[in-house]
Ligand binder design. Structure first.
Ligand code: FMN
Length: 379
């Protein structure tokens, strides 16, 4: 049956992917309270239904950061996507290109910048973690610049990795025979994935990190290197260091507090992404949709504000625009669609979101995105 909603894509991913991968996507930090609040706070926002206002031709398009978008949705960086489907990042980037929306390649993707650019025919946005090895960061930035990546997205809410309980319970990254056996049984229960990704989808390495880790033999070698390379000493001075090396559009991802938004603007970023990493970092942090109005107020139109976290349908996109976002990013929505149905799955999910956004606009009497505002929210 064709998936009708993001939720349906999630269920398809649940049946196709080994549990260890499904839970890696689906899970969040510790009690997963922030993840739940991202979704439930969004659902709790009532939209005002308006009637009899000629809503025949709604327009979902916009122009942002020098690009034309078919709708105010970009694909957020998702690590390990090459494990959800064969060369997963290339499939997702192609779906984004076909839908005329931006795709962001994670630092920790399996497919590297070149492979993704070649597959999609356009360079992706590139997401960067601040790693200890600044020399390597410099080289990565150079590569992204040379390829023509139009946007650098700097993720700042991960100076250390959050504690995610599902992963160790499933034996992710664990050494020893018992964990290996558990993973093997999990994989054998999903032969379609095993054939498509494990057998034919290699190499299973972090493409963008190969040069930093020439001796790494498998993903767990990379994982160990990465774990040791997140930099908890990073400060606003480092943002200036990166700003000096990236003349193009620079977005900062992981802002929840108005003060931090003001500091980011001062440091010279071109846009703010209100994000709590999909609830995967600080469990107990507030939901992004509840943080958005205060951040948007602090930024006061100086730079665009985007939001991610909890976008599960087109009405959620409208909710975020109504509270001050210029656009949204989706994370799990595309990871589930990719895991459940590859490129076709992502394309179908994106079209569903677009149709849902159109209908939500029509039923709230919006014909342009600029019609969205606080007046749409019945609070
Ligand atoms: C499986 C998974 C992997 C992720 N990997 C990254 C990453 O590599 N870099 C990053 O900045 N954010 C990463 N994120 C966070 C997303 O970019 C985004 O902030 C989050 O998924 C938004 O919430 P949503 O999933 O509710 O849409 C990841 C999220 C998930 C679910």
């Amino acid at each position: 049956m064709k998936p009708a909603s993001v939720h349906d894509h999630r269920e398809r991913a649940r049946s196709r992917l080994p549990r260890i991968l499904f839970d890696y996507i689906d899970g969040a930090a510790m009690t997963e309270t922030t993840l739940r609040h991202n979704v439930s706070d969004m659902e709790d926002l009532c939209l005002r239904q308006r009637v009899l206002r000629n809503v025949g031709t709604p327009d979902t398009s916009l122009s942002l950061f020098g690009q034309d978008w078919a709708m105010p949705v970009a694909m957020a960086p998702i690590g390990l996507a090459g494990y959800y489907a064969r060369r997963g990042e290339t499939q997702a980037a192609r779906a984004a290109k076909a839908a005329c929306i931006p795709f962001t390649l994670s630092t920790v993707s399996l497919c590297d910048l070149e492979e993704t650019t070649k597959a999609a025919g356009v360079p992706p946005w590139f997401q960067l973690y601040v790693l200890r090895d600044r020399g390597y960061l410099d080289a990565l930035l150079q590569k992204a610049r040379d390829l023509g990546c139009p946007v650098l997205m700097l993720t700042v809410d991960m100076p250390v990795a959050g504690r995610r309980w599902r992963d160790p319970r499933n034996g992710l990254g664990a050494a020893g025979t018992a964990a290996a056996l558990k993973r093997a049984v999990d994989v054998l229960r999903h032969p379609e994935w095993l054939w498509d990704v494990q057998v034919h989808g290699g190499p299973h390495i972090f493409g963008n990190l190969v040069a930093a880790q020439p001796d790494a033999k498998n993903l767990s070698d990379f994982w160990t290197w990465l774990g040791n390379n997140f930099d908890p000493t990073v400060t606003w001075d480092d943002i200036e260091w990166i700003r000096a090396r990236w003349p193009g559009t620079l977005l900062i991802k992981g802002i929840l507090e108005p003060d931090d938004a003001r500091s980011a603007i001062k440091a010279g970023v071109d846009g703010i992404i209100v994000s709590n990493h999909g609830g995967r970092q600080l469990d107990g942090a507030r939901s992004t949709i509840s943080a958005l109005p205060r951040v948007a107020e602090a930024v006061a139109g100086a730079k665009p504000v985007l939001l991610d976290g909890g976008i599960r349908n087109g009405a959620d996109v409208l909710r975020a625009l109504s509270l001050g976002a210029q656009a949204c990013l989706i994370g799990r929505a595309w990871a589930w669609a990719l895991g459940g149905g590859g490129q076709a799955g992502v394309s179908s999910m994106l079209e569903t979101l677009r149709q849902e956004l159109i209908v939500s606009m029509q039923l709230t009497a919006c014909t342009r995105l600029s019609d969205a505002g606080r007046h749409l929210i019945d609070a």
